[in-house]
Design a protein. Structure first.
Ligand SMILES: [Zn+2]
Length: 89
């Protein structure tokens, strides 16, 4: 169950219903693809696993604070962008 996708699908269906009810030119046309996309998202969401949190670096490594390159956690400077790594302690 991917709850974010389910909520987004429900919001899209609500938007499609609003667009359908408003009967505005051009905006009304979008109620059809919005509704279809929302139904697909709601239908697919229960079969997908919950998305995991932020990506964690492997043991002994850290991500560069400036470019995201994988560097050893004791490295002072990044090998890619040469940025000096901030230290928490
Ligand atoms: Zn870097």
């Amino acid at each position: 169950m991917r709850s974010q996708l389910f909520v987004a699908g429900v919001m899209l269906i609500v938007l499609a219903v609003i667009f359908f009810a408003l009967q505005l030119p051009l905006v009304f046309f979008w109620s059809v693809p919005f509704g279809i996309a929302g139904l697909i998202m709601v239908a697919v969401a229960p079969f997908l696993s919950e998305s995991e949190g932020p990506v964690k670096p492997p043991e002994g490594y850290a991500f560069c604070a400036f470019c995201g390159n994988l560097i050893p956690s004791d490295a002072v400077r990044c090998s890619l962008c040469n940025g000096k790594q901030p230290r928490e302690s």
